[in-house]
Design a binder for this molecule. Structure first.
Ligand code: SAH
Ligand code: SF4
Length: 484
């Protein structure tokens, strides 16, 4: 599963246009190997969301195609590529910090090519700052031209100056890029790119462009190949998967796509993210209920529990509508689990608004939450709004939120005790106690004693108790004779 895999139509379209540069970089690398006796190596590090991780797998795929060996060791890398995130300021600060450190690596090894790509550098002001203050960077490219990495890398390697391309083109989707996927039995499959929603706090629509969907046949083909290679879980990705299909020639929506993927033969399960509540519907829940491979877990980011703030966020649903969705999903799938994203301290949010978020969390009872303190993003509407609450105050609210969720999450976890759960085994726990760990369909972490041969397999585990935020259990009796 570690090799670069080429899709069928690798020679078609935009990627095929890179062929000449792929060959040129291969020649450069062969010369380097002849000179040094060492294969050139490339390190790709992706920050941020799953979409970025998925892009990172394609960056690795292209680099392998060009003759680089993948590495995680900075000291041995000939190419270092940071695939950046722009959603919050701290993600950007980390990259600036790492870039500062890379200066020393470059001094030790001047031939090293340092590249930056992804959402952060798609912003003009960031690209300017890199040009001015980080002159040891060789290559900067945005999200729209990722597939031209061979040409850009060739230019960076041979021109002797910093190559920058943050062209903002809205021109669809490049199929057929090679992929080197991460280890394990789970695979990311983007179904759409971009976002049209312009939530007022969010930079994504500015750096990822307009919504565009992959043809369903491309998605189905990719999943079919993954299942044939032994993958056991596919995560269908998009900023708002519920608007999948808009603009495609074929008549299809996300429910239709789920049906098609569910119809692929094989023993695997399907997850997806993210669902925007404004486009979630009974039809989606009924489809999830009907499709036996779709996990009964829904990530439905609410962001906030106050209608006043939801309106200022431009989320386009009310708390009442959101709660109705939760009820509809529970009616269609009793036992479904929920997770969500919450932003604390949006401009103008009062403690009363924040209390409404706590009330909503107590009502929905999420299994888990991704919680963020609001981070102003340049160019967004919210960045212009008055924001009188101090960071310290927001930090106090944030910790209160974590406390409330910790209690609810623990109760939710305890509610699984006594049940038998279908777990996809990921590997051994890091604690060194020799327990296997994996996730149930509901997305709960489950640990249990077992043999390494179960890694990457589905196992029925009976949950016996809770320890350190995870369920602990044992393989359900009916299985113990067969697979262990
Ligand atoms: N498309 C997804 C979210 C993508 S960004 C959706 O709409 O749900 C992931 C999460 O980051 C968001 O849900 C939000 O909670 C958080 N986020 C985005 N911009 C932020 C900002 N400026 N400050 C703090 N959190 C932010
Ligand atoms: Fe950002 Fe809103 Fe689009 Fe999600 S839906 S990526 S939060 S603008």
């Amino acid at each position: 599963m570690q090799k670069a895999q080429e899709n069928r139509d690798v020679l078609a379209g935009a990627w095929a246009d890179q062929e000449e540069y792929v060959s040129r970089v291969i020649r450069l690398n062969e010369e380097a190997y002849t000179r040094t006796g060492v294969h050139p190596k490339a390190l790709v590090h992706s920050f941020g969301c799953q979409q970025n991780v998925s892009d990172g797998e394609k960056l690795k795929g292209m680099l392998v195609q060009m003759g680089y060996q993948p590495t995680d060791e900075l000291d041995e890398a000939d190419v270092v590529l940071y695939n950046t995130c722009a959603v919050r300021e701290n993600a950007e600060d980390r990259v600036y910090g790492l870039l500062g450190q890379l200066k020393h690596n470059k001094e030790k090894k001047p031939s090293m090519i340092i590249g930056l790509c992804g959402c952060m550098v798609q912003q003009e002001h960031v690209a300017d700052r890199i040009r001015r203050s980080y002159r040891h960077v060789d290559l900067v490219f945005g999200t729209h031209v990722m597939h031209t990495l061979p040409r850009l890398l060739w230019e960076a390697a041979t021109s002797g100056h910093m190559v920058v391309d943050i062209t903002d083109s809205e021109n669809g989707i490049v199929e057929g890029l090679p992929v080197v996927r991460g280890e394990g039995a789970k695979a990311w499959v983007p179904v759409m790119y971009g976002c049209d929603n312009f939530c007022t706090y969010c930079v994504v629509p500015y750096v990822r462009g307009r919504e565009r969907s992959r043809e369903s046949a491309q998605v189905v083909q990719e999943v079919r190949e993954l299942v044939a290679q032994g993958y056991k879980e596919v995560m269908l990705l998009g900023q708002n998967v519920n608007s999948y299909g808009k603009g495609l020639a074929e008549e299809i929506d996300f429910s239709g796509l789920l049906e098609k993927v569910n119809g692929i033969e094989g023993d695997f399960r399907i997850r997806f993210m993210t669902s925007h509540p404004k486009d979630a519907s009974k039809r989606l829940f009924e489809t999830m209920a009907r499709c036996e491979k779709v996990c009964k877990h829904l990530h439905l980011p609410v962001q906030c529990g106050s209608n006043r703030i939801l309106e200022r966020m431009n989320r386009r649903y009310s708390v009442e509508e959101y709660l109705r969705l939760i009820d509809d999903a529970r009616s269609a799938m009793p036992g479904i689990s929920f997770s969500s994203d919450i932003i604390v301290g949006f401009p103008g949010e009062t403690y009363e608004d924040f209390s409404a978020t706590l009330a909503l969390i107590r009502q929905v009872r999420y299994d888990s939450l991704y919680t963020f303190i609001y981070s102003p993003r340049r160019g967004t509407k919210a960045a212009q709004m008055e924001d009188p609450i101090s960071r310290e105050e927001k930090g106090i609210w944030f910790r209160e939120l974590l406390g409330v969720q910790e209690e609810i999450g623990a109760q939710r976890l305890a509610s699984y005790v006594g049940r038998t759960l279908r777990v996809l085994v990921e590997g051994y726990e890091k604690t060194g106690e020799g327990l296997l760990t994996g996730r149930s369909e509901e997305n709960a972490v489950v640990c249990f004693p077992g043999d390494a041969s179960l890694i990457g397999q589905f196992v029925q585990v009976r949950a016996r108790g809770v320890r350190r935020g995870a369920l602990v259990g044992e393989i359900a009796p009916q299985q113990s004779g067969s697979s262990v």
